[in-house]
Design a protein around this ligand. Sequence first.
Ligand SMILES: [Cu+2]
Length: 209
Amino acid sequence: MRLLLSVLAALLVTGPAWAGDLAVSLKTPSGAPVTDAVIVVETPGGPPPGPIRFPGPYRMAQKDMQFTPFVLLIPVGAEVAFPNLDPILHHVYSFSPAKTFELKLYGRDETRRVRFDKPGIISVGCNIHDDMTAFIRVVDTPYAAKTDALGQAVVTGLPAGPVTVRIWHPYLKAGRNEVVRQATLPATGVVALGLVADLRATPMKHGGY
Ligand SMILES: [Cu+2]
């Protein structure tokens, strides 16, 4: 009995047994997976204290006259590397209020770095090549994830109870490019949320949507 009590106490202290996961699956109306969508989950208690980490690297390369990745998810305060992997010069910039910056012409295998100190959405372009475009999503919560090539994302470690799920994609056909859903997390386990996301027509260069 003493052993059982100490196991229960350990579970209470360590916490994971009281946290749930939200698995989001995002598809277009024709059934294609939607990659590069950012899922942000809001909880009544707000984000937990402590450092925020996402799978890295915090890096946006210029390769084959495109930015890669098309959407980068980072925590506030993170520094992003912008390596140029092309044999030509690029000139990377943003006019977005959350971070205005300019990385003047630089060439192959050179890297510049920018720190993003405010949450928000940063639209990135190249001064030389107008069709190069990308987005950096800076968040101040660990409750966020980006959909992968299968259109799936999992937000882990959520407290039980009601949550607000914000689904954002640069080309989502919705106000502010975002749809909002409510969900309720159980004390343990996974809640699956499947959504159809209609995207605006864009050049084929970004994965076909
Ligand atoms: Cu360029």
